[in-house]
Design a binder for this molecule. Structure first.
Ligand code: KIV
Length: 278
């Protein structure tokens, strides 16, 4: 049975760490779900790891909907959250609602919004009051890359930590069921986590958060254009895929693939007719 928002929130009080990963396609999502994560995010990191774009500002809502549909078809257990891409929640709350509904209608259980602007707070209130659960996202917010000038650690001192805590409290009051904290000093993220009632899910924010999320391509060792210091690679799929492709090319070139078991045969008599035909 699919995990609910309430279940995810209950883990904070139980002291059970929340596990989350991103997914974008059917088969990977299926194994991530079967592997037992609590939450799957159809992240806008698909911009880089699936589409080869430069950053998340470039991905469209149509592309995100295709990934959301595929992941939804593949999963039964994890709570499914979809990232609302840049441009889909920056105009006004009516348009945000229309776009959020597209994700829910296509299989997401909740959506994620980055940041804490006045409009974002208004959006969160409007969505949550109308039965659309929202996951917040603070600290480094990748879709603000053009304003943040690069991947910089956030909440680096006392004042900045309190600033992010005050943003987090605003998100909590607006109705977010949980908040992602990205690229932040461990002490800052821990302090913020202890001072919120909703769970925090860290990425590059140390071990003190209520849960962790990683981009699955980083965990699988599949994306090699950028390797964040905070991610951990559990398998080198790039190496294994390269090896498989080389072996395949070699087998085809040597006439070793396909073999008899991998081919289809005519009936004996039909084959004979063909052999004797000129
Ligand atoms: O898009 C994404 O993958 C994310 C995670 C980094 C949390 O937002």
């Amino acid at each position: 049975m699919r995990k609910t928002i309430k279940k995810i929130q209950s883990f904070k009080n139980q002291g059970k760490k929340i596990t989350a990963l991103t997914a974008y396609d059917y088969s990977t999502a299926k194994y991530i779900d079967e592997g037992g994560v609590d939450m799957i995010l159809v992240g806008d990191s698909a911009a880089q790891v699936v589409l080869g774009l430069n950053d998340t500002t470039e991905i469209s809502i149509e592309e995100m909907i295709i990934f959301t549909k595929a992941v939804s078809r593949a999963t039964n257990n994890a709570l499914l959250v979809a990232d609302m891409p840049f441009g889909s929640f920056q105009v006004n709350k009516e348009e945000t609602m229309k776009n959020a509904l597209l994700f829910i209608k296509n299989g997401a259980n909740a959506i994620k919004l980055e940041g804490c602007s006045d409009l974002t707070i208004e959006n969160i209130k409007h969505l949550t009051q109308n039965s659309i659960p929202v996951l917040g996202h603070l600290g480094f917010t990748p879709m603000s890359i053009n304003c943040l000038s690069g991947h910089k650690i956030q909440g680096k001192d006392f004042d900045k930590t309190l600033e992010i805590l005050s943003q987090a409290k605003k998100l909590e009051q607006a109705g977010c069921f949980a908040i992602v904290l990205e690229l932040m000093a461990e002490q800052s993220a821990s302090y913020i986590t202890k001072n919120l009632t909703v769970p925090t899910i860290g990425i590059g924010a140390g071990a003190g958060c209520d849960g962790q999320i990683l981009v699955s391509d980083d965990l699988f060792g599949k994306y090699d254009r950028f390797k964040p210091k905070f991610s951990r690679q559990y398998i080198n799929l790039k190496e294994q895929m390269l090896e498989a492709v080389k072996n395949y090319c070699n087998d085809v070139e040597q006439g070793l693939f396909p073999n008899k078991n991998e081919s289809f045969e005519l009936d004996y008599n039909e084959a004979k007719k063909l052999e004797n035909y000129r």
